[in-house]
Ligand binder design. Sequence first.
Ligand code: ZN
Length: 485
Amino acid sequence: MADYDLVIKGGNLVIPNVGVQKADIGIKGEKIAAIAQTIPITNSTHIVDASGRHVFPGAIDSHFHVGIYRPFEDDATSESTSAASGGVTTILSYFRTGQSYLNKMGPYKQILPELLELSKNSFLTDYGYHLALFTDEHIGEIEWLVKEGGVSTLKYYMFYKLLNLAGSSPDALNYLMIDNPVDLGFLYKFMKEVSRVNDLFKEYGKISLSIHCENPETIRVTNAEAKKNPTGNPLKDYSDARPPWQEELAIYEVGVMADNTNCPVNLLHLSSQKAVEAGKDVSSRYSHIDFLLEGTLHHLCLSDDMDLGPLAKVNPPIRNREDVEFLWNSVFDGTIKTVVSDHACATKEIKKGDLWTSLPGFGGTALMFPVLITEGYHKRGLPLHRIAELSAANPARYHNLYPKKGAMMVGSDADFAIVDINEEKEVTLKNLFTAQDFNPEEGMKLKGWTEYTILRGKVIFEKGDIIGKPGAGEFIKRPVKFHYR
Ligand SMILES: [Zn+2]
């Protein structure tokens, strides 16, 4: 009998924090069983030939929005298919109560099991959830969520903090289906409880709070100004409507609050120089607090001088060329530690109307390797092992998946993306395997496409064909060091 179920033969392994090394990988069941210079093919039931290719740890797309604009199960299937086609093997998706998503409010003790039931037969990739909390009852559930629910990362949306305050519109009030404010007072209670639970679980990982940092009070005014003085370039107008300095302001508020509550924070999707500099500043000033600075694929490859129109509307907005270069420098010097898609599958129907009425967000998970390899490795000389850190090892560490995921080590899950770093293709909808009917990157020529995606030892994508089936992906309870002892 063969020692291995699958051997990946002759590839260049891209090992996070190490470099590139030619070696074979032996897989037994769902796990990496051996990494060696040569594993004889006679010793394995199946072989994947990776010669001339680069073998990355399966990417962990740690910012995703399954079900935001489309029926939940359909969206989970179509968009995890897109992820699988791009070498993503684990999705960490944001979920919140209120309108859109499942359109309901209630305790997560009720809603999480419903969410997991809908998820169970839907995903091609492994997955987990970050949950947004909006009530005191939710805050009271954090310890349960970590211990029983397998959810160790939470979310606060700063731009909802004006909702439910005196003078806000009844529509706005209805949006989150709550009757309490979610202002900074709410955030203070939220952070204190995350901090308390983080202490309880410190042996197992970091219980952290992801924050969308945009300041709604100032946006209310800058938005009106931008509407009144259009420049004829919708992306520039939108960036002016939500300027970088209001991200900066929000990050400083969060920094002070994190310091005073001891709450680990994930600063989401930093889009500009001002945002990154503020993130860097609070990280060094409050060095006892763990801040994670996150970047997105679209802020790294799109700029407001591109003729993309309202379809590329996203929060925070697409910025100018100088901001894009600053973000790349911050990736290079290690300030930005994770790169994500913030995938929100949207259709032209959802994006209809003008810049101001069109809904924000779009998908791009399948472009993880093409963007990082084209814009990072080929154009700017970013080493390949750094790409493995940004796309797998760092998200795994910060979101409590390590070392089950994100590690190229014996005993870790056998999740891989086998990539041809020199293959150039045009971005077409067909190449992205998504239900989205447009893509801002459509027509761009990018290098570095995935040839095989392997999830826990099973090939789920092979040379343009989807092999995986919905339901093959598992819910990964986090922290994995607590739940998979
Ligand atoms: Zn998002």
